[in-house]
Design a protein around this ligand. Structure first.
Ligand code: ADP
Ligand code: MG
Length: 453
């Protein structure tokens, strides 16, 4: 076995290469600096990471660059293995000391701030899908100048759409203002763990005091609350006491309050009593803006046609977009080649396959359109010509032509129409989208729902 301190030195040295390759400081800190080097034995490097997700992420996005950086330093090609349950003590660059999760839980209990410094308002890209959520979150910090400082603020939306980023931006902003405001930011799972621990160790009183006497209570993924009745009861009282003191509460969730299964109705009504805003799945333009932002800090920059290619073809959440972008960064830094759209297509092949597996069919279009306009599918496929049905029908034909591989006659068949009618509908909606901002917004909204499902 190599001597551990040797390995530590090699690891630190290799990290310099990794950092140069990745370029983006935030990414480096979030993903690479959080790795805990554990051992180097028989050409196998064991790395400690927080959880399975992180292991998978590092493996698919950064493993190649780690291996090649270690080779530069040690002149050996190693294999990498991961062990979950390890966290660095802090995220300062010099700090690489390993601790197991239990130690972290203790630190958290002692009041360690878990929010991530790089999640701030500046690095948050605003588009039509998250505009209101963004303004409302800003409004919570600057309560004097904003009409949008409703209490509580409840932000919901699918995974990877920036809820954690936004709520932590508030935590960081309040902290940076240093005006003596007391903030508690934590995930609902952490809250649950700490509650259980407080009960177990007879420190219920301390737990209560800690959360009820804050100026800002920020809880991420509040839907986890539905798991336990006892915590719901406790949280109900916490909520009331913060609210009655005019202090602020921000909650995030994957669903709106009324859709959280198992959440007590008195909490549903409390959570809905302020401002409830959705972050919607991102359209192509916002995806492109996010990619541009993410590459700002990177050394390797791609032409806009590469970014546009990713934005057009990967319609998943931002984590997947980031993954695709970083994979291109890693490949081009290793091969030192000029990135082209054709090459990107090859490198991102598996991402693109996953997307096309999700590709929409005519039934999915009909379902999405019917749901959106509150109609039945049979209305879309029937003969009724009244305009409140004719327009949605044309939109459905338009989307079927745009997003499925089917021919005009085949689409016509699905709507009991001929191919000329489909073509007419397609051209009409295409024109209307250009002419009318409202129509454009409406169709974009259906498109987003379609791709999110
Ligand atoms: P959620 O909590 O909704 O699942 P996160 O906040 O964890 O999503 O976001 C996932 C990743 O996407 C993070 O790296 C985050 O910085 C990034 N991200 C999401 N939305 C945006 C945005 N509007 N601008 C910049 N980055 C974003
Ligand atoms: Mg989150």
């Amino acid at each position: 076995m190599e001597i551990y301190s040797d390995f530590k030195c090699h690891w630190e040295e290799a990290l310099k290469h990794v950092r140069e390759t990745i370029g983006d400081k935030d990414t480096y800190r979030r993903w690479i600096r959080s790795i805990v080097p554990l051992s180097y034995e028989k050409n196998t490097v064991l790395l400690g990471v927080a959880d399975e997700f992180t292991a998978e992420w590092i493996k698919s996005n950064f493993e190649e660059v780690i291996v090649s950086s270690l080779k530069t330093v040690t002149d050996k090609t190693c294999r990498i293995k991961y062990e979950t349950g390890h966290f660095p003590v802090c995220d300062e660059p010099e700090c690489g000391v390993a601790v197991k999760s239990q130690d972290v839980a203790n630190k958290v209990d002692a009041g360690l701030d878990r929010s991530n410094g790089c999640y701030n308002f500046k690095s948050f890209v605003v588009g039509p899908e998250n505009r209101i959520a963004y303004a409302a979150a800003m409004g919570m910090v600057d309560t004097k100048s904003s009409a949008l400082s409703a209490n509580p603020l409840f932000i919901y939306g699918g995974s990877g759409l920036g809820k954690t980023h936004l709520i932590q931006a508030v935590a960081n902003e309040v902290k940076n203002k240093k005006n003596g405001m007391r903030t508690e930011y934590l995930s609902c799972e952490d809250l649950l763990n700490q509650y259980v621990e407080a009960i177990r160790t007879n420190r219920h009183h301390g737990f209560r005091n800690r959360f009820r006497k804050v100026n800002y209570l920020l809880i991420d993924d509040i839907h986890f609350l539905a798991k336990t009745e006892k915590l719901q009861e406790e949280f109900f009282n916490t909520f009331n006491s913060i609210y009655n003191e005019n202090n602020k509460i921000i909650l995030t969730s994957d669903k709106r309050p009324s859709e959280i299964h198992g959440l007590e109705s008195r909490l549903v009504s409390r959570f809905s009593s302020g401002l409830t805003v959705e972050i919607e799945p991102f359209g192509e333009e916002t995806r492109l803006a996010i990619l541009r932002k993410k590459q700002e800090k990177q050394e390797i920059k791609f032409d806009d046609d590469i970014l546009a290619f990713i934005a057009r073809n990967i319609y998943s959440d931002v984590r997947v977009l980031e993954g695709a972008l970083f994979r291109l960064v890693v490949y081009s830094s290793i091969d030192n080649c000029r990135m082209t759209v054709d090459l990107a297509k090859k490198i991102l092949n598996d991402y693109l396959e996953q997307q096309s597996a999700k590709r929409v069919n005519i039934e999915a279009v009909q379902k999405a359109v019917a749901e959106f306009y509150d109609l039945r599918i049979s209305d879309l496929t029937g003969r009724n010509r009244s305009s409140n049905i004719a327009v949605p029908r044309m939109v459905a034909m338009y989307l079927s032509r745009k997003f499925t591989e089917h021919s005009l006659p085949k689409i016509g068949e699905a709507f009991s129409k001929n191919h000329a009618t489909v073509l007419h509908a397609f051209r009409k909606i295409e024109k209307d989208r250009v002419k009318s901002e409202k129509m454009n917004r409406l169709v974009s909204q259906i498109e987003r729902k379609l791709h999110a499902g």
